[in-house]
Ligand binder design. Structure first.
Ligand code: SF4
Ligand code: SF4
Length: 679
């Protein structure tokens, strides 16, 4: 039963006619009697490449090979089937249904039923997947390879080039996993396969914004790390995208890595969305869009302009310089951000203007010269803004003070996922983390839905490892499965965070976007909090934010095209105008109810001492949750909008006495700074 006999292919020629086959077949069948139950047969299929070989053979050997008509084939096959029957064998037609009938059955060369009977106790699940018309085979993987067999049969369709097949056979490496390929190539592919199986993302295609990038070392490394991704030109992408439906277009974008160098500074000042309260911070822009599939992703707004995942492949020196300049600017802007009068005026365009001035002066200029550029710039700004002299004096005195070293927080995941492409870009491990840890008072936020924090392990004992803050965005399991199909599960994310927290890295949880699942959201979020606690007890959580779904009109329109019938487009998700801000979102009542519920569940679970903030919310909503009715939520709007939120949990070098006195004497907002610091 374990052996198939293939009388195959039956070549009809001037020396092997029907009589020859009847005699030959009987001879073999009689000798196999009792050892084999099934015989499979076919006639040669004369593919073009086979025909060429046959023509050559005919000329050389003066032998004619015929392609008989179906009646001839059927007649001969039936006679062979009678012979097979006499010797206790069934006759099975491979790849030609026209011959099936009477004693001839359709062949299943890869026979799921027999495999099940022989090896799986008749409990083998398989699907029929024909390899060509008339084929009845079960789905299988072909481990053979073209041009590798040296036998040289003229009817062979597996060898296009006999000479090549012979050469490959002769140089075959027994240790190589892939037939016809060297061991070194095979080993490389095996490691790629293993990497893909590990769940890491690898693009199918990559595109260079500019061909001249190809020879740059970091670009080369990124391409190498893409492990076999196919290179496309920009035109080829346009051709591939044209005519595709929105879901296919989106999927193709996610499979494609667009490699470019960013022209402006890779660091920018976070532009606070219109109508929203956010904590001021610096964004490191090392790419755009990520490989995850969140149905609610606001980057879908760009579907038709840039659906690809973009990587900024600038050399390390560019990023290091950008970060250094950004920290100088941050030091100059921090007193403005801490000032109630000035804080809302600081913007990315001012950041860029000062960035240009510093570059013009030269980043290698001495500290004094750079400080003077900053002082002049801030002074000019305050004059333009007509800031009261007393406030101006205080702000400038802080910048002049050599001991003034405000904390600078860099967020590396505002435009993408900080970690999801790390195995390809090495940006955190090689560039951002060493640069940030080398600075006095700098912190790095990794925003991610990834679970691969292995690159952090080598920092396990680093004295400043708490300067790395991991910020996962998580939701109840049901919502992850519903709106983030294919993303890492809640358990996997929590488990990897637990491991990172144990190593001493800070975790700040981002419960956003909360999704209003009518009827069940309370139950989902209550269970979710319990699950979070199982992995991350309160002492391991640095702080947390809660936020809700928020989408531009354009993003929502694209989401409806990409995910037809999406439940995100619910009657509760309402256009701007009925809500504050400029985005579609849930009504203020729904948001307030959801935030209060989640924070109270967190309090009940023991997170009552962990600072919490609202993410990208309106001033009205903040204020409504700071009334007596919601006192227990303990929200601190002031700390959040002035960027002092970290002070509760991170250790900040203390201010010298002189400056502390100055602060106490002069500034209400900064008094709070010191109070929080003492706490
Ligand atoms: S050359 Fe090799 S692969 Fe091709 S038909 Fe003959 S034995 Fe089969
Ligand atoms: S992780 Fe963020 S950027 Fe990536 S798909 Fe999800 S929402 Fe979009």
């Amino acid at each position: 039963k374990h052996v198939h006999w293939r009388y195959d292919p039956i070549v009809i020629s001037s020396i092997t006619g029907a009589d020859f086959h009847l005699k030959n077949f009987e001879n073999i069948a009689s000798r196999l009697k009792g050892h084999v139950e099934r015989c499979y047969f076919s006639y040669p299929y004369l593919y073009k490449k086979v025909k060429r070989n046959i023509d050559k053979f005919q000329k050389e050997k003066s032998i004619t090979i015929y392609d008989p008509d179906n009646d001839f084939k059927l007649n001969l096959a039936q006679q062979l089937a009678d012979i097979a029957d006499c010797y206790g064998m069934s006759m099975n037609s491979c790849g030609n249904k026209d011959l099936v009938g009477g004693k001839i059955k359709q062949a299943h060369c890869v026979d799921g039923e027999i495999i099940g009977e022989l090896f799986f106790n008749n409990d083998f699940k398989y699907v029929i997947k024909p390899s060509r018309e008339g084929c009845g085979c079960a789905e299988s993987t072909d481990i053979g390879a073209y041009d590798t067999c040296p036998n040289g049969c003229i009817y062979c369709y597996a060898n296009v080039n006999k000479e090549k097949a012979r050469q490959i056979f002769e140089t075959h490496e027994a240790e190589s996993a892939f037939l016809g390929h060297s061991k070194s190539d095979s080993d490389k592919w095996i490691s790629e396969i293993n990497a893909r199986k590990s769940g890491l993302y690898y693009p199918k295609y990559y595109v260079l914004e500019d061909e001249s990038l190809r020879d740059k070392p970091r670009v080369k490394e990124i391409i190498e790390n893409c492990r076999g991704a196919q290179k496309l030109t920009k035109d080829e992408v346009v051709t591939k995208l044209s005519g595709l439906s929105a879901p296919k277009r989106y999927a193709l974008g996610k499979q494609t890595l667009y490699i470019k160098e960013i022209k402006r500074s890779s660091v920018h000042f976070f532009s606070i969305p219109k109508g929203a309260i956010e904590n001021p911070q610096l964004i490191i822009n090392h790419g755009m869009i990520c490989p995850h599939f969140c149905q609610y992703c606001y980057w879908q707004k760009d579907l038709y302009s840039s659906s690809m995942i973009t990587v900024h492949a600038n050399p390390k020196e560019d990023f290091v310089e950008d970060i250094k300049i950004a920290s100088i600017i941050w030091r100059a802007f921090s007193p403005l951000i801490s000032s109630d009068i000035c804080k809302d005026k600081v913007s990315d365009s001012l950041f860029l203007r000062l960035d240009r001035k510093i570059r013009k002066k030269g980043i290698s200029s001495d500290d004094k010269a750079l400080k003077s550029v900053c002082l002049d710039f801030v002074k000019g700004l305050m004059e333009d803004w007509k800031i009261p002299k007393k406030e101006q004096k205080f702000i400038l005195s802080r910048i002049k003070n050599p001991a003034y070293k405000p904390k600078v927080i860099f967020d590396s995941g505002e435009n993408n996922d900080s970690v999801a492409l790390e195995h390809i870009t090495n940006i955190q491990n090689d560039i951002l983390i060493p640069t940030i840890l080398n600075m006095d008072n700098a912190y790095l936020i990794l925003r991610t839905k990834s679970i691969y924090f292995g690159f952090l392990e080598k920092l396990n004992k680093h004295p400043k490892r708490d300067h790395i803050i991991i910020s996962p965005s998580i939701n109840p399991r049901y919502l992850i499965e519903k709106y983030e199909p294919g993303n890492h599960s809640l358990e996997d994310r929590l488990e990897s965070l637990r491991a990172a927290a144990i190593m001493g890295f800070k975790v700040f949880l981002c419960f956003s976007p909360m999704i209003y699942e009518r009827g069940s959201w309370r139950k989902l979020y209550a269970e979710f909090v319990k699950e979070v606690k199982r992995y991350l007890p309160p002492e391991k959580v640095h702080y947390y934010t809660v936020g809700s779904l928020r989408l531009s009109k354009q993003a929502l329109r694209n989401i409806k095209n990409i995910h037809p019938g999406t439940p995100l487009d619910s009657p509760y998700f309402i256009p701007p105008g009925n809500t504050s801000g400029d985005k579609f979102r849930y009504s203020g009542d729904i948001r307030r109810t959801m935030y209060a519920f989640l924070i109270r569940e967190m309090n009940k679970a023991g997170y009552d001492k962990v600072p919490r903030y609202l993410q990208t919310e309106t001033i009205e909503l903040w204020q409504s949750l700071m009334t007596d009715q919601y006192k227990d939520l303990n929200l601190d709007l002031d700390a959040y909008r002035s960027g002092r939120m970290e002070l509760r949990a991170l250790t900040e070098p203390s201010l010298p006495d002189k400056e502390r006195r100055e602060v106490d004497d002069n500034h209400r907002g900064l008094n709070q700074d010191v109070r929080l610091q003492k706490t």
